[in-house]
Each structure stands twice: as structure tokens, then as C-alpha cells.
Design a protein around this ligand. Structure first.
Ligand code: E4P
Length: 275
């Protein structure tokens, strides 16, 4: 399953790209507005950070207007996917653009019938909005299952891009159904990493490691703690620590403030100097 970030915030995109797990980005006019930046400028910058598809939406409602906007957008970079709404004009534009080899993301899909039309129009991606679907009392995930079934029946190449994702369960359910892509706000992608038992396991391994590991001197010990912390801490903790400037800080009582309130006590004798 491909992971796209649903945002126009460049810092958040860079941070996610560093994980090596980010496959693309989706934007929409509201997300760009929220970023407070110029539309073309922000799309250009995102397309430079991420190698995969970056969806940029047209706002014209008529076919000619959509094609005019698409001409400008697709010149920005080769990885731009033109986002068109699921309307007759949008699908007309989709057909024209996709037959010229331009990636097209058909957005605002709320029914299996609409998804069928998008596939027939040659869309690269169709974006069913599961969260907004749930909001009005429908089951967003059953829409994804219906689209998967229909696309498999006819071997359509259009990728199902699950959009309007509101929580990690949406991601897992979409993956179980076999959706090709999901796009979610960065906060939700970071939540996917988290499990309380992972954090508890790390804390207990760290505590035991401190009791069985000898270091040559305090400098070594501090560095080892710091290195370990870099390896095991979650991205969220790392961000907190970087923001608050906290590193492994030894105190006179041989306590080590590791990060964000984590406190470790070293119970062993002072380490012996090894020759
Ligand atoms: C997808 O491309 C849309 O930008 C997005 O997923 C909409 O999500 P929302 O319903 O949270 O606004």
C-alpha cells in the first residue's frame, strides 16, 4: 500500500519523507489555503521534495478551464498528478489528460458508480472520501470494498486512493480490503508507528541495558545513552526532545534524564577503567 501525505505543509512533508515511507502527496485548495502560501509556489516546492505523485487540484468547473489550469500545473514537474472533480467535465478532462500520459487523480468520489466512471475515463487514481462519507452516516469502508470488487472484475488499472482518512483504523481497514493508496494528514501517519507496548518494551530494555552495560567513563556512558536513545525513541519523542533541547543529561546523583520526562537510575558501581 502506498502512503501519501494529505497536506501542503512543507516541513511536515520533509519530516515524513525522511522516514523513507512516503510515496506521494495530495493537496487541495483548502490545504494550500491553510498553509498560507501561494498555490503554484507550494506545489512546486512539494514536487521537489517528494519523488512520487503530487496531486494539484484544478478549480475551474468547465472542461476548457480545467485543461487550461492543467497545462500550467503539469509543467511544474513530471510528478504532478492533476486533480479533477468527479463531474462530467472533470471526467472529460481526465480522459483527455490521461490519454496524453498525464497522471490524473479524480477526487470527491462518493459512490461505486462514480468510481466506475473514473476508471472508464482512464484515471490514474480515484479518491473516495471515507471520512466525509462516515460523517453523513454512510460506511466509507464498504464503499472501498465495492470499488475494489468492481475494479478487480474488470481489471481496471485505476488505483484506489483512500482519502479523507481520519484515524489509523481507516488505514488498516483500507489495507485489508486491498486499496492501493491511502492519503492521510501527517499526524495520522505518525500515529501508525505508535503502540503503548512498544514504548513499554523500549523503556524496560533501556532500563536493563543500563544495569548490565559497563562504560569506560561518564563521557562514554552519556554518549552510549544518547546513541541508544537515537535508535529507539519514537519520532514524536524525538521531536519533543529536539524542540525542548533535551539530551542525555547526567546529574550528580547518577540519574539520567533521557527524554521528555523519561528518568533512568543507574544502580551499578562506578564503571572500572579498562586498559
Ligand atoms: C484528498 O485528496 C483530500 O485532500 C482529503 O483527503 C480530504 O480530507 P478531509 O475530508 O479531511 O478534508
Amino acid at each position: 500500500m502506498k502512503f501519501f501525505a494529505d497536506t501542503a505543509e512543507i516541513a511536515e512533508i520533509r519530516e515524513l519523507a525522511e522516514t523513507g515511507l512516503l510515496d506521494g502527496v495530495t493537496t487541495n485548495p483548502s490545504l494550500v489555503h491553510k498553509s498560507g502560501r501561494d498555490f503554484l509556489e507550494v506545489v512546486r516546492e512539494i514536487a521537489g521534495v517528494v519523488k512520487g505523485p503530487v496531486s494539484a487540484e484544478v478549480v475551474a468547473l468547465d472542461y476548457e478551464g480545467m485543461i487550461r489550469e492543467a497545462e500550467v500545473l503539469r509543467k511544474i514537474a513530471d510528478n504532478i498528478a492533476i486533480k479533477v472533480p468527479l463531474t462530467p467535465a472533470g471526467l472529460h478532462a481526465c480522459k483527455a489528460l490521461s490519454s496524453e500520459g498525464t497522471m490524473v487523480n479524480v477526487t470527491l468520489c462518493f459512490s461505486a458508480a462514480q468510481a466506475l466512471l473514473a476508471a472508464k475515463a482512464g484515471a490514474t487514481f480515484v479518491s473516495p472520501f471515507v471520512g466525509r462519507h462516515d460523517d453523513v452516516g454512510f460506511d466509507g469502508m464498504s464503499l472501498i470494498a465495492d470499488i475494489r470488487l468492481i475494479y478487480d472484475n474488470y481489471d481496471f488499472g485505476t488505483e484506489i486512493l483512500v482519502a479523507s482518512v481520519r484515524h489509523p483504523v481507516h488505514v488498516v481497514e483500507a489495507a485489508k480490503i486491498g486499496a492501493d493508496v491511502m492519503t492521510a494528514p501527517p499526524k495520522i501517519i505518525w500515529q501508525l508507528f505508535k503502540h503503548p507496548l512498544t514504548d513499554a518494551g523500549i523503556a524496560s530494555f533501556l532500563k536493563d541495558y543500563r544495569c548490565c552495560c559497563h562504560w569506560r567513563d561518564a563521557g562514554h556512558r552519556q554518549q552510549a545513552e544518547y546513541d541508544l536513545q537515537q535508535r529507539v525513541e519514537s519520532p514524536e519523542l524525538r521531536r519533543t526532545r529536539v524542540l525542548h533541547g533535551k539530551a542525555a543529561v547526567p546529574t550528580r546523583r547518577r540519574r539520567f534524564v533521557l527524554s521528555a520526562g523519561q528518568l533512568g537510575v543507574v544502580s551499578r558501581q562506578a564503571p572500572k577503567a579498562h586498559s
